[in-house]
Design a protein around this ligand. Structure first.
Ligand SMILES: C[S@@+](CC[C@H](N)C(=O)[O-])C[C@H]1O[C@@H](n2cnc3c(N)ncnc32)[C@H](O)[C@@H]1O
Length: 230
């Protein structure tokens, strides 16, 4: 099956398209993973399996996906994986990441690529980063989705300022942020750098305003502009 056709084959509930990553983001992830010959992958936040299906297409290997709320999506993520013939590659964990990730770490699992797209609150993303760091191989990659969100930006700003064992790799898509673990964490207990950032303060509040409450012509125009800027 052609990778470009996967998104069209996915069943996604009407009006819930925004729960999945965008088709161009999924293609980017696919090409990145394939280009780096990555095989060991993990993701937090499965939903409709758009990211999972493209990761599996790229690796044709076992992929661990964590999500406690698959039933909220009518189990469509699992059905999509089955329809694509990818079930043998999916190791789905129907649980919260804060339960699964420590177990994976205790079992000494290691991954070359981790995709964080689960709980989007600051503390949830930070916990996912904390454990993903324990799970990632040296030279492995860590990718965040929804970097328009203030919560995500603060976590990635923390990494940039405090985690010198990570290097940011610029990607051409605005809503993804990618890091590579390039060294060891040699901080002593006193090490701390401020990581407050102004980035995304505006975009976060603007998008929240645009997507909640009554729609109006101004909101609709801004949405059109946002799509055009992509
Ligand atoms: C934006 S969606 C993920 C979209 C998915 N990557 C895709 O491309 O279809 C976020 C997902 O994270 C899940 N989630 C929320 N809190 C979580 C947690 N604590 N642990 C794991 N997954 C969580 C939600 O159930 C939801 O399915």
């Amino acid at each position: 099956m052609k990778t470009e056709d996967i998104s069209n084959k996915l069943i996604i509930n009407a009006n819930d398209e925004s729960s999945a990553i965008k088709p161009n983001e999924a293609l980017f992830i696919h090409d990145f993973i394939k280009g780096h010959n990555i095989k060991k992958t993990l993701e937090i936040g499965f939903a409709y399996a758009r990211s999972a299906s493209h990761i599996i297409q790229a690796t044709q290997s076992k992929h661990i996906a964590i999500d406690p709320f698959q039933s909220n999506y009518d189990n469509l993520g699992l059905k999509n994986i089955e329809n694509l013939g990818f079930s043998e590659f999916l190791d789905f964990r129907n649980d919260f990441s804060h339960n699964v990730l420590p177990k994976l770490a205790a079992e000494n699992h290691k991954f070359e690529f981790v995709f964080i797209d689960g709980d989007h609150k600051f503390d949830g993303i930070f916990i996912d980063f904390y454990y993903s760091d324990l799970l990632i191989n040296k030279n492995g990659f860590l990718m965040f989705h929804d970097t328009w969100m203030r919560s995500t930006r603060l976590v990635t700003s923390y990494i940039k300022k405090n985690r010198l064992d990570y290097k940011e790799i610029k990607v051409p898509l605005r809503n993804l942020q990618l890091f590579q673990k390039v060294g060891d964490d040699t901080r002593n207990g006193m090490f701390f750098k401020e990581f407050y950032t102004l980035r995304s303060i505006l975009s976060h509040n603007l998008i929240i305003w645009m997507t909640t409450g009554k729609s109006n012509i101004f909101k609709k125009t801004l949405f059109k502009l946002k799509e055009l800027v992509k």
